[in-house]
Design a binder for this molecule. Structure first.
Ligand SMILES: Cc1cc2nc3c(=O)[nH]c(=O)nc-3n(C[C@H](O)[C@H](O)[C@H](O)COP(=O)(O)O)c2cc1C
Length: 372
């Protein structure tokens, strides 16, 4: 098994605009914020620093996908971005992953499609979307006008499907990258099957890689028996980054009707309940790939963001938490900035992978024997 080198790049990001601080905030002075009387002992000598939140999600394609900050919004929870334009200053986000997009329009699954669970929700939307051509026609003009990169989430039933959508997105103004959804548990054909088998994951990634020069992110399923083999195959096939994770297949019962609650029987579990699973996947994958990892699963607080960075992700996506609080990612950007600045940390890149094992013989790099 290969040993992870580092996901931290040394790219000079000084040319990038700094992430603007919250408009309501008073700008922090470069040195000590509060003047002290001469007699007061200095207890914290760490000077506040100007923080560079930028992150490069496609280091081998210089400048192709450098985000202002590591807070993205997750596919399926932020529409095509325009729906939230009135509520959220979208240009403050690191990037938008738009709703799952397929070659042909899809009507999605029968209702009910969502239900709450004790620590999250189940959804079985079934990739309802108008098809890639209609998506581009309707939204690309707006995407071009934004500074925030829009990454199009692509789904399909066959390798040919994925390739056809990628070809249509290639070179389209307003499209900053592709997030390959090979891990949707809510569709019959295709979807999840690609994320459970290293050969299939590698094949679809390689085929899409050949079809486009756009930055290519591939989204893992938490259901794979050993995500490390899948992630390695995806990296070898030329992906620029890995996103981890999609939802976990689950179900709910309508006790009154004595039948499954969701119209599709099964749905994808997301929200806080998913976080420990996502964290484990990121931690495992970070030990075997060199490309950047974008963490997804139950992010709802600064603590969640820090946990994922320390487990080896260099960016995170916020999904389910947006339904309760659409401006959460913007607040998390400010909180991360503040957290770093007050600790003298010039970039969150300094803590990426901080919690990874330093020794090769730790159980997590040995195999799957530690699993319950
Ligand atoms: C309503 C809903 C729709 C989703 N649609 C998609 C989708 O179209 N494509 C995709 O890759 N993931 C989709 N997801 C999965 C999310 O992008 C994300 O991976 C997952 O919800 C875990 O993150 P969270 O716990 O922060 O929500 C969807 C999730 C939800 C809740």
């Amino acid at each position: 098994m290969r040993r992870k080198r580092s996901v931290v790049t040394d790219r000079d990001t000084s040319a990038l605009p700094r992430t603007p601080r919250a408009r309501s905030k008073t700008p922090r002075p470069a040195s000590a914020a509060v003047p002290r009387p001469a007699s007061t002992p200095v207890t914290d000598p760490t000077p506040a620093v100007e923080v560079d939140l930028s992150v490069d999600l496609a280091p081998s394609r210089p400048g192709a996908l450098v985000l202002r900050n590591p807070l993205l919004v997750a596919s399926g929870t932020f529409g095509y971005g325009v729906e939230y334009g009135e509520v959220v200053d979208v240009d403050r986000l690191g990037a938008i992953c738009c709703k799952g997009t397929t070659l042909k329009p899809r009507v999605g699954n029968p209702p009910p499609r969502v239900t709450e669970t004790p620590a999250g929700m189940l959804n079985s939307i079934g990739l309802q979307n108008p098809g890639v051509e209609a998506v581009l026609e309707k939204y690309a003009d707006q995407w071009v006008r934004w500074q925030v990169p829009v990454i199009v989430n692509v789904a399909g039933e066959s390798v040919e499907d994925y390739v056809a959508v990628a070809r249509k997105l290639d070179g389209q103004p307003g499209v900053a990258g592709i997030e390959l959804n090979i891990s949707c548990p809510n569709v019959g054909k295709g979807g999840l099957q690609f994320a459970l088998d290293a050969g299939a994951a590698g094949e679809v990634t390689r085929a899409v890689r050949r079809a486009t020069d756009l930055p290519l992110l591939v989204k893992l399923s938490p259901s794979a028996a050993d995500v490390r083999a899948i992630a390695t195959a995806i990296e070898d096939a030329g992906a620029d980054a890995i996103c981890a994770v999609n939802t976990l297949s689950g179900m709910a019962i309508d006790r009154h009707a004595r039948k499954p609650f969701l119209g599709n029987t099964y749905g994808g579990l997301s929200g806080p309940a998913l976080k420990p699973v996502a964290l484990r996947v990121v931690y495992e994958v970070a030990q075997v790939v060199d490309i950047p990892i974008v963490a997804i699963g139950g992010v709802g607080s600064l603590e969640d963001v820090l946990d994922f960075l320390m487990a080896g992700a260099c960016a995170v996506q916020v999904g389910t938490a947006l339904f309760a609080d659409p401006v959460l990612p913007v607040r998390l950007i400010d909180e991360l900035d503040e957290w770093c600045a007050t600790r003298g940390i010039a970039s969150p890149r300094e803590i990426v992978g901080a919690a990874l094992p330093t020794r090769r013989d730790r159980p997590s790099v040995k195999g799957v024997e530690y699993r319950p």
